[in-house]
Ligand binder design. Structure first.
Ligand code: BGC
Length: 445
């Protein structure tokens, strides 16, 4: 196997605003739901919160130097909606605008291409209070916010992601299933409307797409009931989003399933055609794991449950490690849908990171994880599947949402007491891959 990545393959790393920035009450920033989560009635933390996080807001230049040291060609970050529009709509906050202007300048001056995620999970609290994505008013607010970003940064930023992981935005929330479907519906329409906005924008001459979390599903056996279980979970997790985005339609088998089970409420389809009319330039995929499904009659909706094989390795999140499934996932997408450039927008693993030598985290398990997944990417590229980019998750340890700082995904360690950054062994590994532009085995490293 030729181990070289093509000359035009692009490597980077990803983060998101709330997970790294901190500076939660500085320079006019507004509030998101995450700012109030894990705090008592007086605003005191009752658990981990992102008030300080990695304090990237104040360490931005240092962090860009680390990216440069690693040899990143591109950096995927999200803009904090409430730094730009503190109340979600209305007044623009000049200091928030300036922060991202400075970040973009710093990146470009260091030869790193900025790639912006418009929304990565941190909805302004004012929009949350009116029902979040359930309320179509949030779609309008999101379009206005996106326009502000295109106006401000569109001249220098040429890679845009609409949403990060609408599946998580819809299905990890507290709402009933029919409302979750409505949230997903609104997010999909919002995505298409932002693509339309970009196409008609004077600075809209870059590339824009969405980021979906996807995970290859397998059936435990060829038995039709196991096959059906796989089909249903795949429909729920993957196809419910990829088909509207790439084909402009929901998967019919899932629509029927949800209708039969009385799970879909009235939804407005009057603007759904925009998904067909305004296709994406690429598909972003966040891939962390895979699953095997088997028939389970107690699961009323999907008749499925996950089967866990013996001898499978898991990350600290409890997610099976399945590097070769990334190849299967890419192949499945390539075989079943129209050809579209693919970016791996997130891939990485949480590991205990408790082995240190000479002050360096020796995270051989993460190196093995990266190797296995990069191998799948390279195999896919060599088989003619148009995978163009790979972003590791994450540049640095950060606030892992509901799990706080307990789970670490970084290739750079962050000491949350001192805020000191240290490149982990996996960071040095990734650096070498990027320098040599080839798949490097653990034995070589
Ligand atoms: C999200 C990240 C998150 C990561 C690991 C993805 O779902 O985009 O924000 O930290 O997975 O859980």
């Amino acid at each position: 196997m030729d181990k070289s990545f093509p000359a035009d393959f692009v490597f980077g790393a990803a983060t998101s605003a709330y997970q790294i920035e901190g500076a939660f009450d500085e320079d006019g920033r507004g509030k998101t739901w995450w700012d109030t989560h894990n705090k008592d009635d007086f605003g005191n933390p009752t658990g981990d919160v992102g008030d300080v996080a990695c304090d990237h807001y104040h360490h931005m230049k240092e962090d860009v130097q680390l990216m440069k040291y690693l040899g990143l060609q591109t950096y995927r970050f999200s803009v904090s909606w409430v730094r730009i529009l503190p109340k979600g709509t209305g007044e623009i906050n000049p200091l928030g605008v300036e922060f991202y202007q400075n970040l973009i300048t710093e990146l470009l001056e260091n030869g790193i291409e900025p790639a912006i995620t418009i929304w990565h999970g941190d909805l302004p609290v004012q929009l949350d209070q009116i029902g979040g994505w359930k309320n179509p008013a949030t779609i309008d607010a999101y379009i206005k916010y996106s326009k502000v970003l295109f106006d401000l940064y569109g001249d220098r930023v040429k890679i845009w992601f609409t949403h990060n992981e609408p599946w998580c935005g819809a299905f990890l929330g507290p709402d009933a299933f029919d409302d979750q479907l409505l949230i997903a519906h609104h997010m999909l329409i919002a995505h298409a409307k932002v693509i339309r906005l970009y196409r008609n924008h004077p600075q809209g001459n870059g590339r824009i797409g969405i980021v979906l979390n996807m995970s290859r599903q397998y059936a435990k056996t060829p038995h039709p009931l196991d096959q059906q279980a796989r089909q249903n979970v795949d429909g729920f997790l993957n196809r419910w989003f990829i088909e509207p985005v790439l084909l402009g339609e929901y998967p019919q088998d899932m629509v029927k399933l949800y209708q039969d089970k009385n799970k879909i409420k009235e939804m407005d389809f009057s603007e759904f055609h925009l998904l067909k009319e305004y296709p994406s330039d690429f598909l972003g995929i966040n891939m962390y794991s895979c699953a095997i499904q088997m028939f389970d009659k107690t699961n009323e909706l999907f008749a499925a449950k996950e089967f866990r094989k013996k001898n499978t390795k898991y990350t600290e999140m409890g997610w099976p490690i399945c590097g070769s499934s990334l190849y299967d996932l890419l192949k499945e997408i390539h075989d079943n849908y129209p050809r579209i450039p693919i970016f791996i927008t997130e891939n990485g693993g949480a590991f205990p990171d408790n082995i240190e030598k000479y002050g360096m985290v020796v995270d051989d398990d993460r190196i093995e994880y990266l190797y296995d997944h990069l191998k799948s990417v390279l195999n896919a590229v060599q088989d003619g599947i148009p995978v163009e980019r790979y972003y590791v998750w994450s540049l640095m340890d950060n606030f892992e949402w509901g799990l706080g700082f307990s789970k670490k995904f970084g290739i750079i360690q962050v000491n949350y007491e001192t805020l000191q950054r240290s490149v982990k062994k996996s960071g040095y590994y990734y650096r070498k891959v990027l320098q040599e532009r080839r798949l490097i085995g653990e034995e070589e490293f």
